[in-house]
Design a protein around this ligand. Sequence first.
Ligand code: A1EG2
Ligand code: FE2
Length: 314
Amino acid sequence: MTIALCTLSHSPLFGINDPGPETLAEVNAAFDQARAFVKDFDPEITIVFGPDHYNGVFYDMMPAFCIGSAARSVGDWGTEPGPLPVDRTAARALAAAVLDAGVDVAQSEDMHVDHGISQPLEFIFGKGYTNPVVPVFINAVGLPLGPMERIRLLGEAIGREIASWNKRVLIIGSGGLSHDPPVPRLEEASPEVIARLIDGRNPSPELRAERERRVIEAGKAHAAGAGTFQEINPGFDALVMDTLSDGDVSATDDWTNEWMEKEGGHSAHEIRTWVAAYAALSAAGDYAVTNRWYWPVQEWMTGFGMMTAVSKEA
Ligand SMILES: O=C(O)CCc1cccc(O)c1O
Ligand SMILES: [Fe+2]
């Protein structure tokens, strides 16, 4: 097996607004298993697909996709700030291969990433990890978004390239399943917030704290059943995981953005990262899902899922 996959939800409210001890123990046990899976696979390089939440990527230039050949974590929500251990040569090769495949990916020599990319890496490898990575940003909040087919094509182009490396490559996809947290939207924002969505780098500590407080309050309200946000939809989340388990990623081509938002909330678009990850894995041949977990966690404001999979031996 040369390619392994781990897709997982993230939530900044993990460790802040936690569910009851029973659920938390189950989630932590699943994380232990996922970490053991990765340790056993012993990846030589990790490709991580993740979104951003207006902490690193803004409307001054909003790409659909971007490969970071160098990157830094902005350090939101307690993630470690500073440079990521990016394998620059691999990242440049991936960007070239994806462009060659006809997918117009952006590239960055200084990509800013938030918890959408940092949290899963820290969960899986531990804080201060040095494992070489290539971060791939997938826009999931900066509407408008393109059709899902493009996500599959991006993932497949990456998968074909990494399969040619003959290395043990781990693919991570990071994003909530159904969830509707208070991420601002350009169309509905006040002029002050619009300015921050366009040029919001390096917010003051006060502004960051205020924003985090708003998300924490929303999580508490959601857990108390008093939120105004869309409910977690376990049916939608099961459909996503079933479809990716089945091995035919192209079944997601027909999923419209309107439908996903209606079923899974505004941030359901983060499942794009899961689809890209599975598309990449599928390009290396048949695969098998080895584990699957799911909890609808109101306190974290997300359907919290995790899956592991491996490419089958040729
Ligand atoms: O915008 C933010 O900082 C928080 C967003 C957020 C909240 C709950 C679950 C998530 O997956 C998520 O990304
Ligand atoms: Fe997110």
